[in-house]
Design a protein around this ligand. Structure first.
Ligand code: TXA
Ligand code: MG
Length: 359
């Protein structure tokens, strides 16, 4: 069973030593919790894949402490900057200066020293400098970049608390560093840079398209890149109960259009026999429960993701609330859509679409 450790200097050093000796540790970051290993240690990387039951074709993100530029990443033995065309180099430097430390992962040409295991055999490596002080101290003490995928079993919802890491992987790891609830709650934005210096978004996150466009041009991802970012397969981030993303808010005029969609999830079963967990973006949960039972005869537990509809609050609570509903005695989870897919709405809707698994 895993020990959940307060992030004292002693515990951070203990975890750093564990990593140096080839163990894997549950770690906090500002996005979601990760499962960290020394990026240069093949047997530790194998443990990461085995523990998560992660397909070998899905590469890992290397986490660094406060790298200021490409030279620093090359010195760490992570990248081969000579393989970057000048325009791409300029963009990479701009992204690093503007967004690190923070929730932006940049895909760059990999250094020959990085084991193929870390990158699933790709010629590139995904790197980010996390902002969470506990993770920063751990990387410093471990004296090596840390490969860290989200600390969930493959395909599941990412954990945003130490307790959620324990539920996911506690039986198979020794230590989880508790850095409190994650501030952002969604995995980092992942980008790659085309030869002409344009940024391509592989996974939306808290660094939004709009944020990136302020400093660099963007272009859409071609089919070849889709294959090169194997973690972006649909049916990711899934709870064990069926999750349906509603086409409109519960207390909106259009909501009645959702009735048929909900019914299709359980053909032949009357609503009276079902219980749904419902996540509202904001608003009155009591009123939504009364409305859903009056209109459809559907029993619900309604929870709200934010007080005012602030998308940062929605993102922070989303995975925690999905996890919470998933553990209750319900038949399905219904989630309201964001009002807009601009800004953080893009990442939230991306995760919700992927969480909709056909059960
Ligand atoms: O916020 C985060 O990024 C968290 C925390 C722990 O840092 N980590 C995380 O890791 O979400 P993971 O392994 O769950 O997601 C990594 C994503 C996957 O979609 C993977 O396919 C993509 O990054 N990726 C990794 N290396 C890549 C590469 N060389 N080229 C393209 N995509 C890559
Ligand atoms: Mg993940």
């Amino acid at each position: 069973m895993a020990k959940i450790l307060e992030p004292t200097p002693e515990n951070i050093i203990e975890c750093a030593k564990a990593i140096q000796s080839g163990d894997i540790v549950g770690v906090p970051t500002e996005t979601v919790y990760g499962l960290a290993a020394n990026v240069f240690n093949n047997s530790a990387l194998t443990k990461v894949y085995q523990t998560k039951d992660r397909p070998a074709f899905n590469p890992l993100i290397a986490h660094v402490y406060d790298a200021k530029d490409l030279v620093a990443l090359e010195k760490l033995g992570l990248i081969d900057a000579s393989k970057l065309p000048p325009a791409a180099k300029t963009t990479a430097e701009k992204l690093i200066t503007k967004f690190w430390p923070g929730p932006l992962t940049i895909v760059l040409p990999k250094n020959a020293k990085v084991p193929d295991f870390a990158t699933a055999g790709l010629s590139t490596i995904a790197i980010r400098a996390p902002k969470h002080p506990v993770m920063q101290q751990l990387i410093q003490k471990a004296e090596t970049p840390l490969a860290a995928p989200s600390a969930n079993r493959s395909g599941h919802v990412s954990p945003t608390t130490a307790q959620a890491v324990d539920e996911e992987l506690g039986k198979s790891i020794n230590n989880i560093l508790d850095g409190g609830p994650c501030e952002i709650g969604l995995e980092s934005t992942v980008v790659t840079i085309a030869d002409d210096g344009k940024v391509q978004l592989l996974r939306p996150g808290a660094i939004t398209r709009e944020n990136i466009q302020e400093i660099a041009d963007m272009t859409s991802v071609g089919d070849s890149q889709k294959i090169l970012s194997p973690g972006l397969l649909a049916n990711h981030y899934a709870p064990s109960k069926p999750l349906l993303l509603l086409p409109s808010a519960v207390l909106s005029l259009n909501f009645t259009n959702s009735t048929e969609l909900i019914r299709k999830q359980f053909p032949g079963k009357p609503f009276q026999q079902l219980k749904a967990g419902v996540l509202l973006m904001s608003g009155d949960t009591d009123m939504a429960e009364i409305y859903l039972s009056g209109l459809l005869g559907l029993n619900t537990i309604c929870r709200k993701l934010s007080v005012t509809g602030d998308l940062r609050e929605v993102a922070k609570n989303l995975f925690k609330e999905i996890r919470n509903l998933d553990s209750q005695k319900i038949d399905l989870i219904l989630v309201e859509p964001c009002n807009s897919e601009a800004g953080l709405g893009h990442a939230i809707m991306d995760r919700l679409r992927r969480a909709q698994v056909k059960h």
